[in-house]
Design a protein around this ligand. Structure first.
Ligand SMILES: [Mg+2]
Length: 585
């Protein structure tokens, strides 16, 4: 439709909304563009207009939306627009001052359950375009750096190859990684995942189409965008012919474990021998010594989470060693830094597993793992104690199907750790006694696997961008499986972000409220989060709202960066609704 207007002014044009809305974050200068094109006195009217309008997103924040309108010319009046009378009829002109007063748009949080979805968490989401936030630093700086290091690793591997087919195939992997890095830096839109045969393709693409169409790396919630980057990295290799199982982070993971020798031998020296009580102890003394050992090892397992490669890219060896210190005095000191501390309740839950399990003598405990290497080693020391003490009879470890958030455990990492302990030569400077102690520990753990007391699993849901609020809907088999556990221990920062929907909940929000359906669904297991704090979401502080919020706000004032340093931690427990029938509607 083309129309010419000559010698008059366009009086009435109906703009018909066409259908496409594309949202983007605020422009860099903090302004929004709302210029409507003006026409000269002789002009050709285009078929459609593309207008950039300021809008509020669902968190009440400013974004801009590109709206496309069809232009339908309904009436063209060749008279002066200022005429008070048109066709003999007085025209009452619209006065903007007659419009209702403009009020500030305010969202109320938390959102009601029916209005929560992956793009709209219960409290405002963290997004990459929040300037000066950790989300912004991660999406804008940390992830491109991690990707750059990953490319270096592949280049190193490439230079070791001699077979042409392998070389050509690997070069294509590098080209795909380069493209991904450019997309990340240019804030490209999130495209669907290619069908590479992975079990999670449908889960990913459903989320992208349903909740994140038109979103890019910076304006999608940080949690989803960051997870998406690791899925795209997986795709760089999964579509290749020869390198589909290549792990770009494997060298880093192995290297950090072999540099953790002091803490590794400290633990194998103390816990290498099978657990037994000292002689001549009364039953109450035995119970007390068991309790103290449980509390100590819970802290070992907790602080083992400090060494997360995705966050330690610039840390020195000395700094890593001090983080890994597991001595009694160090633990007493670090307990002060556990800001939300349910350890004594956790002990009561674990202690009662032995009492409640009539047939098996001990319950089932699941670990949803975080990092490979030293942290996994600490998790296994803890799990070993739980088994030997009779508190647990079966431990299930849940890892990732492919390389994830740099240092997360894959099946290969799991096997590497156990076999390196038994057969490896990672610690040439260690004494014969130290090597022997480590080997004995490794052999015992491998035996647990053979006997089915330790089971390693890797459900596809763990490598998606969904939070655990959606587990029952998106992975009902996994929820059902976990509902049969006596206690599910979630390790680390990413699991905590997924439990709590990674949103700006107040510091005093109770753990039960912040994990939503994982606490309130029928059949929800007892859940414990062992997490050193390395990102924005912090909940479960204090025993009342005033106290909890004050703890966090004081730290905000006095110790900027406290939420990303790994110095502070939480040990939080939800009782769930175990034993009730899971509702699989
Ligand atoms: Mg991790």
């Amino acid at each position: 439709m083309l129309n010419h207007i000559v010698g008059g002014r366009l009086f009435a044009v109906i703009l018909k909304f066409k259908s496409t809305l594309a949202f983007s974050g605020p422009p860099n200068d903090g302004t929004t563009s709302t210029r409507v094109p003006s026409f000269p006195r002789t002009t050709t009217i285009p078929d459609s207009l593309h207008l950039s309008l300021p809008v509020r997103n669902n968190d009440g924040e400013n974004e801009s939306a590109t709206c496309i309108f069809d232009i339908v010319v309904s009436c063209i009046v060749m008279k002066n627009i200022n005429d008070p009378v048109v066709g003999g009829i007085p025209v009452k002109r619209l006065k903007l001052s007659n419009l209702p007063a403009k009020h500030d748009f305010k969202m109320t949080f938390p959102r009601t359950p029916g209005s929560i979805d992956p793009n709209n968490p219960p409290w405002p989401a963290y997004r990459g375009y929040h300037t000066y936030s950790f989300a912004n630093a991660t999406m804008g700086h940390r992830l491109p750096t991690i990707l750059g290091k990953a490319i270096d690793d592949v280049v190193y591997t490439l230079n070791e190859q001699s077979d042409e087919d392998l070389i050509v195939d690997l070069v294509q992997c590098i080209e795909r990684m380069d493209s991904l890095k450019s997309e990340l830096q240019e804030h490209a839109k999130l495209r669907p995942i290619i069908d590479d045969g992975e079990a999670d393709v449908a889960l990913w693409n459903k989320a992208i189409v349903k909740y994140f169409r038109g979103k890019d790396f910076m304006n999608a919630p940080w949690l989803f965008a960051e997870a998406y980057k690791y899925r795209r990295l997986r795709e760089c290799f999964s579509v290749s012919k020869y390198w589909s199982n290549y792990d770009v982070f494997f060298r880093q993971k192995c290297d950090t474990f072999s540099r953790s020798n002091e803490a590794v031998f400290e633990l194998s020296g103390r816990f290498g021998e099978p657990f037994k009580h000292a002689e001549n102890l009364s039953s109450s003394e035995k119970a007390e010594s068991l309790r103290l050992m449980f509390l100590e090892l819970t802290q070992v397992c907790l602080w083992g989470n400090s060494t997360d490669l995705s966050l330690l890219i610039n840390m020195t060896e000395e700094q890593i060693k001090s983080l890994q210190s597991t001595g009694g005095e160090a633990l007493a000191e670090t307990e002060k830094n556990i800001l939300g501390n349910h350890m004594s309740r956790l002990w009561e839950v674990v202690r009662d597993l032995n009492k409640d399990s009539v047939n098996t003598g001990g319950g089932r405990i699941d670990f949803v793992l975080d990092n490979a290497g030293f942290e996994l080693y600490c998790d296994c020391v803890y799990a070993d104690f739980l088994l030997q003490s009779g508190l647990a009879s079966e431990i299930r470890f849940h890892g990732k199907r492919y390389p994830w958030f740099v240092s997360d455990v894959t099946r290969k990492d799991w096997a590497w750790l156990l076999n390196s302990m038994v057969y490896g030569q990672l610690f040439p400077k260690a004494t014969e006694q130290e090597k022997e102690g480590l080997k004995r520990l490794g052999l015992r753990w491998k035996q647990y696997e053979k006997e089915g007391k330790w089971i390693y699993e890797q459900h596809p849901f763990w490598c998606t961008g969904y939070t655990f609020w959606e587990m029952l809907n998106e992975a009902p088999d996994l929820f059902l499986h976990l509902s049969k556990s006596d206690l599910v221990i979630f390790k680390g920062d990413l699991n905590h972000r997924k439990l709590t929907y990674d949103c700006a909940a107040p510091y005093s929000t109770s753990f039960d409220v912040s994990i939503g359906p994982m606490a309130s669904n029928a059949g929800a297991p007892k859940v414990c989060s062992l997490r050193t704090i390395k990102s924005d979401v912090v909940v479960g502080l204090g025993s009342n709202p005033q106290e909890g919020d004050a703890i966090g706000e004081n730290l905000d004032k006095e110790e900027p960066g406290w939420k990303i340093s790994g110095k502070y931690a939480v040990v939080l427990l939800s009782e769930g609704r175990p034993g009730e029938q899971v509702n699989l509607v």
